[in-house]
Design a protein. Structure first.
Length: 125
């Protein structure tokens, strides 16, 4: 028990020092209001980086939604197989129907999320 308390104390000390001794950062110089207004997240980042943050967000979210949609379709197939092989058992039939229902709901949510992300990324600037 002493070792756990000692290890926790050391970790808390290291994290605490890291939080107390922070680096100083300053906002970028803004020479005129016209150059600063409307830049938003697309100008975030360091030197040598692509400034299109909206495109990166769109790519990441679309990839995750593709995986979610594929998983939903796979679960629909698994639910169908469970339904066919239930042999008339009411508990297995209900379980298979629930699997199919929840998979379809997940697929609908994935499609709506895809549409929402594309709408926000293309129209909100």
């Amino acid at each position: 028990m002493k070792k756990v308390v000692q290890a926790t104390s050391i970790i808390a000390l290291v994290v605490g020092i890291g939080l107390v001794v922070g680096s100083t950062t300053f906002a970028a110089d803004c020479t005129s209001a016209a150059t600063c207004i409307g830049t938003g997240a697309n100008t975030a980042g360091g030197s040598g980086q692509n400034g299109d943050l909206g495109g990166l967000i769109k790519t990441v979210v679309n990839t995750l939604l593709y995986v979610l949609g594929a998983a939903a379709v796979l679960m629909i197939v698994i639910g169908g197989i469970r339904y066919v092989t239930s042999q008339g058992d009411p508990a297995h039939i209900k379980s298979a129907k629930d699997t199919i229902l929840y998979s379809v709901i997940g697929l609908i949510v994935a499609i709506l999320a895809y549409a929402l992300v594309n709408f926000v990324v293309t129209n909100v600037k």
